[in-house]
Design a protein around this ligand. Structure first.
Ligand SMILES: *Cc1c(COP(=O)(O)O)cnc(C)c1O
Length: 358
């Protein structure tokens, strides 16, 4: 895939960029450019281009606005000490978008084309990648949506793939703070045969009311249980879960209806290398409640690209809560550190996870 590049004539000024990169926050500032590629059944993917960042003009009947046929990805570009810029396992994001798009009846964007699109944007907007100090990064958001103008339930015959980028600060500016989780028994996020394993906006839309419930109970995030029995731990709205046991073994919910996190799979390998036995299986929520109370489960953490690894302080539900944990545990801290050290080039990449762009 060849990209036609049209550079902006009004790039953000160096002084203003420096101010943005000093405290980027998350998801509010966007870089100077964006990538767009279009698709129809007749032409396949065409008109791959890098253009100045800007709003889209959409017909009110654009299919995605009505039927939510959409998939997306989330990944980061990291600046290393020597100013080189790297992606973390980008081919995994590309492969996952193929799987998600299959579930949403969207066309396949081949892995090399996905990588070329992401690399084209990082290369043109490389000055937007913050320095690695304080775990800053450039968050990349590839997404694909039904862009045909029609009302009617069938796969869109015009699809648009785009990549945008947004500088991101550390989630934990004030140190690793454990989060409090709300166990929802009212809502589920995925059933057998549903969209739980696809990265699609609809899953997030359905999680919002549960997240509101969590917030109204003073919790940071919501935990979902399986839809069939309401017993087995699935994941948070956008992060996978891990449980550390007293003997050092680690357990994470098996895949199927959960989203297969790339951070999750990296931690399976990394924790193994750090000497932990890692098992993927079903975890009954009572095993969690009883385990943290008895001391059988010593640490609980969540993981995902945005926050990397987040310690869990306590689980609350209608009528009870597990004991509060004030600080991140040693295993959580060690795994998190080992992962970010690889991402920022401070530790040897023995797994071959890093992919240089600039
Ligand atoms: C993206 C996502 C995750 C985390 O996946 P990573 O690849 O580790 O960022 C977990 N759960 C859901 C529902 C997600 O959408």
């Amino acid at each position: 895939m060849e990209f036609q590049t049209t550079l902006t004539t009004t790039p953000v000024a160096e002084q203003q960029l420096a101010e943005i990169l000093a405290a980027p926050g998350f998801g509010t500032h966007f870089t100077d450019h964006m990538v767009t590629v279009e698709w129809t059944p007749e032409r396949g993917w065409y008109d791959a281009r890098v253009t100045p960042y800007g709003p889209l003009t959409l017909d009110p009947a654009t299919a995605v606005l009505h039927y939510a046929q959409e998939t997306f990805e989330g990944m980061k570009a990291y600046r290393h000490e020597d100013d080189s810029i790297w992606l973390f396992r980008p081919e995994e994001n590309a492969a996952r978008m193929v799987r998600s798009s299959h579930r949403l009846a969207l066309p396949v964007l081949e892995v090399p084309d996905f990588l070329a699109a992401v690399e084209a944007l990082v290369a043109v907007d490389h000055r937007w990648v913050p320095d690695g100090a304080g775990e800053k990064s450039l968050y990349l958001r590839p997404f694909m949506f039904a862009s045909e103008k029609f009302l009617g339930v069938r796969p869109s015959q015009h699809v648009t793939f785009m990549v945008i980028a947004s500088p991101a600060g550390s989630y934990f500016a004030g140190g690793l703070k454990p989060v409090t989780l709300w166990l929802t028994t009212e809502y589920t996020r995925a059933g057998r045969g549903g969209m739980g394993a696809a990265k699609t906006g609809g899953n997030y839309a359905s999680s919002l009311v549960a997240q509101q419930e969590a917030t109204s109970h003073g919790c940071d995030q919501v935990v979902f249980l399986d839809a069939a029995e309401g017993r087995y731990v699935e994941e948070l709205g956008g992060m996978n879960m891990y449980f550390v046991h007293a003997d050092g073994s680690i357990v994470t919910p098996a895949t199927g209806t959960i989203l297969e996190g790339i951070t999750r799979s990296a931690i399976i390998e990394l924790a193994g290398k750090l000497g932990h036995e890692v098992t993927e299986r079903r975890i009954d929520v009572d095993e969690w409640r009883d385990g943290v109370t008895s001391g059988e489960i010593t640490e609980v953490f969540a993981c995902g690209t945005a926050a990397v690894v987040t310690p869990v302080g306590s689980l609350k539900w209608d009528g009870g809560a597990t004991p509060e944990v004030a600080e991140a545990g040693p295993v959580t801290t060690r795994i998190r550190q080992a992962l970010v050290d690889i991402q920022y080039g401070r530790a040897e990449d023995t797994f071959g996870w890093m992919h240089r762009v600039v």
